[in-house]
Ligand binder design. Sequence first.
Ligand code: NAD
Ligand code: USQ
Length: 400
Amino acid sequence: MKILVLGGDGYLGWPTALHLSALGHHITVVDNLVRREYDAEMGVDSVVPIALLDERVKKWKEVSGRRIDVRIGNLTDAAFTYGVVAECKPDAIVHFGEQRSAPYSMIDREHAVYTQVNNVVGTLNLMYAIAETNPGIHLVKLGTMGEYGYPDIDIEEGFIEITHKASTDVLPYPKQPGSFYHLSKAHDSANIMFACRVWGLRSTDLNQGIVYGQSTIETDLDPVLATRFDYDGVFGTVLNRFCVQAVMGRPLTVYGAGGQTRGMLHIRDTVACVTLALENPAEQGEFRVFNQFTESFSVRDMAEMVKKASTKPVQIAQGLANPRVEREEHYFHAANTKLLDLGLEPHLLNSGVIAGMLDLVERYRDRVDPEAIAPTVQWRSSASTLKTGNTSSDASFLEV
Ligand code: NAD
Ligand code: USQ
């Protein structure tokens, strides 16, 4: 297949582009490199050094003999998005190209507006480009488990049968997102579902849980092919952060009571799930939702697992005030059978996997800035006191 990987310079997009290329698909990576600008804005960097996109693609050609094409541009620029779809004539598009940090979206008005404009407008441009160029293109869109929130009933895969006053219907599962970022994903889902119903587009919405790890078969082939690994209070996700904190001898930052329970998956399973969705496309006019996670753990459980896997003594912070507004003890039972039915063979979390992540961080520990570990963004205040590395006027992508 000819596949566009939007956001293909990012944490998950790059390993996915490599894997799909290794399988023999013709890949074009599309990215505006803004993730590297957020690093400069926040004054942080990936623990694992990452090569420039040009260097990555050149190395992949050397290592595999396969070519990955690159188009640099912003999906919110309609002319660019239409141009890339028309020129590349893809069979499928995998859309990772959004601002993906919940804390980043909660810094202040500017960052909330930026996140929602970037994500919702980029996806709208893409939907229009597909509809007007070739409605047969299969759109595989990265959504998030956090769209559902944490209700006291089971979470289904996208839709739920409801009986109300003696009538029954299958309706979109109610959404209770926990940040302006998570809300942007719910808005995207509603827009794409509408386009499938009204224009007959075909799309798979992958409601993904929190990804951990950094190693895939292809990224391990050469250090230049490595993907990023974030640990800072804004972009670092929980398990990756705990591994860095353990290596640096810092208490693991469990926020609040620590009973927040989340769907989790290894980065190798992200790559596998996207591949399965592409190989088994949605029907024309179909909007389907897969819950993309393999296991669920509470934040407290994950801290205990890191403590157990570490060869050094590890302390777990007690009673740390939660910078977010979220349920800290709650019911969580979410369906995730659709990808398993397509043949997903999960990589499960265990001490060996965590030990591998701890070893990785140990190798690059000199790159960790201990000042970047503490959480800096507060959900309760509408203007965070976060001091960023750049002034916002330098960050031209924020001018919204
Ligand atoms: P990332 O920030 O590392 O990658 C996103 C990429 O998209 C970056 O390279 C960025 O430069 C690019 N991008 C952003 N806006 C763009 C625009 N307007 N035009 C062109 N390119 C743009 O994020 P990630 O962790 O790789 O996540 C990828 C996707 O998966 C996101 O949509 C995210 O919401 C979703 N997701 C991630 C996780 C996770 O744990 N990392 C979990 C669930 C869902
Ligand atoms: N948490 C801690 N300590 C920390 C960091 C986080 O206790 O040091 C807690 C948070 O309060 C939250 C949970 O861990 O309850 C998850 O936080 P996170 O930062 O790992 O994940 P989140 O903000 O939800 O976002 C991440 C990705 C996002 C993706 C989402 C999947 O950044 O792109 O959409 O995971 S999900 O959570 O399933 O919606």
